[in-house]
Write a protein that binds this ligand. Structure first.
Ligand code: AMP
Ligand code: ZN
Length: 501
């Protein structure tokens, strides 16, 4: 086996970049908090999952065998008013909670496919792991960090923080004095808890609560934080390599996960904690309640006041990857237009490059400055990824490499200046980065399927003729029928284009 590249990653637990060392050489266990499936996945969620998909792909690319666990939250994630998100979804849609979970899990998977991400190795559902969660609650009680009140079980944060001062608050930067200063008045109607910082790990179900299971304490349901602790332990062991999620989960979700795992077994769950930053819309956090939101579908179709036109899924993905996953990313129409140009340029350059060849007779046999510059840029693309998965750096290097490709094509660089093996390496690197590492694909090429391309050309010609005669009914019928089979037609200034989802 080739030696695996050394990578550095920024862990929120240590607050710095660290050289990554796996627990078992050559293998990685990675857990990422998945979606709460009570409504459609939004673009912010997509950014986080696209970021971790690239991390998963890169770790595999450099030779690790990765077990990637990403859960589905289908119980226990409560709203501020205490109602379970799943129950609320079920009440609003007049469905069984499991129908809600199924509907939005399918929608989530569809969206992940549209963004060309790989499925995780295991995708456990919280409702499928109730016995494991009950066992963990029992472990926490047995070790003295859980107390029972009227059938519910609470995690005793104050006791845990006092006995483990180096553990509680390390991830999120919360200090115990701040916790202690919180007044009991903050308890409001949750007065079963001994302290406002305590949190429920098992909740007794009220009469009207639909999702309920038998437990030693009551008929009830598990707390949201508990599911991730129980499922990561089950599939990755008590201590595993990487835990990820969006930065908004750092507190309380991840801090409480650490407390639960440590409370149950006396060890840290993950060695490295990775947090993806938030997606903003026009400078503000994307939020449904403030109307500052755009759905992936609206962005793809352009059917939103926030954008001047539609952007294809791969353009949106490219736009996400142009920023490092730990930076905030602001969606604006101008930034998307720029991303669209950048994406097209990369795809066109790749097409040009893959068709190139150098006649060995043109090559004078010596390594030139151009060869060295190309090899240096290839190295920089990899160094970018090694440095905490910096896709922005990698794309910048690919862009510079693209200039060499274009100069070679325009004969601004003589063919003899590039060694045939350097050109071959460049071809492989472009293909590897675009397809394997970043998971991008050229949507306009119809996946390279000549039959599909030919048929699409014919269909769009017929539609063009209908439009020329102002026959909007035929034109719209063609567009809608194509949309039904997952092909989106876009009428832009530059003409008609299409993309496959
Ligand atoms: P949820 O379905 O709310 O549990 O969130 C699923 C994942 O998406 C979590 O890792 C969140 O941290 C992440 N997430 C939620 N909102 C955003 C956002 N605006 N930008 C980036 N990630 C987000
Ligand atoms: Zn989680």
């Amino acid at each position: 086996m080739n030696e695996i590249r050394t990578i550095k990653l920024y862990s929120s637990l240590s607050g710095k970049k660290e050289v990554f060392e796996p627990i078992v050489p050559g293998r990685i266990g990675m857990y990422v908090c998945g979606p709460t499936v009570y409504n459609d996945v939004h673009l912010g969620n997509c950014r986080t999952f696209v970021s971790f998909d690239v991390i998963y792909r890169y770790l595999q690319h450099i030779g690790y065998k990765v077990r990637y666990v990403r859960n589905i939250t289908d119980v226990g994630h409560l709203l501020d008013d205490g109602e379970d998100r799943m129950s609320k979804g079920a009440r609003l849609d007049q469905l069984e909670p499991m129908e809600v979970a199924q509907k939005y899990t399918v929608g989530f998977h569809d969206m992940m496919r549209i963004f060309n991400t790989h499925s995780p190795s295991i995708e456990p559902r919280a409702t499928g792991h109730i016995p494991e969660q009950i066992a963990m609650v029992q472990d926490i009680i047995d070790r003295g960090y859980g107390y029972i009140k009227n059938g519910s079980v609470y995690f005793d944060v104050i006791k845990f923080a006092k006995e483990n001062p180096a553990v509680y608050g390390k991830l999120s930067g919360r200090v115990i004095d701040e916790l202690l200063a919180e007044s009991r008045e903050n308890l409001k109607n949750q007065d079963e808890k001994n302290h406002p910082a305590d949190f429920a790990i098992w909740i007794k179900a009220s009469e009207e609560h639909i999702m309920r299971w038998k437990s030693p304490w009551s008929v009830g349901f598990p707390g949201w934080h508990l599911e991730c602790s129980a499922m990561s332990t089950k599939y990755l062991g008590q201590t595993f390599d990487i835990h990820g999620g969006g930065g908004d989960l750092k507190f309380p979700h991840h801090e409480n996960e650490v407390a639960q795992n440590f409370g149950a077994c006396g060890c840290q769950p993950a060695r490295y904690w990775l947090h993806a930053n938030m997606l903003l819309l026009n400078g503000r956090k994307m939020s449904k309640s403030e109307g500052n939101t755009i759905s992936p579908q609206e962005l793809f179709s352009g059917d939103s006041s926030f954008v001047s036109k539609g952007y294809s899924p791969m353009v949106v993905k490219f736009f996400m990857l142009m920023a490092h996953y730990r930076s905030t990313l602001d969606i604006t129409d101008d930034a998307l237009l720029a991303a669209e140009k950048g994406f097209r340029k990369l795809m066109d350059t790749n097409k040009l490059l893959q068709g190139m060849s150098i006649d060995p007779r043109d090559f004078d046999g010596s390594e030139s400055d151009t060869d060295r510059a190309i090899l240096q840029l290839i190295d920089e693309a990899y160094q970018g990824m090694d440095d905490d998965f910096n896709t922005a750096m990698a794309l910048a290097s690919l862009n510079e490499l693209g200039s060499y490709v274009n100069k070679l094509a325009n004969k601004q660089i003589a063919a003899g200046e590039v060694a045939p093996w350097v050109l071959e390496r460049l071809k492989t690197v472009f293909h590897t980065f675009i397809s394997d590492i970043l998971g991008l694909k050229d949507e306009t090429s119809g996946d390279g399927d000549d039959t599909v391309d030919g048929l699409m050309e014919l269909i769009l010609d017929i539609r063009g003729m209908a439009r020329a005669q102002k026959d909007w009914t035929t034109s719209d019928k063609i567009r809608d029928a194509l949309a039904e089979v997952g092909i989106q037609v876009k009428d832009g200034k530059e003409g008609v284009s299409w993309s496959k989802q």
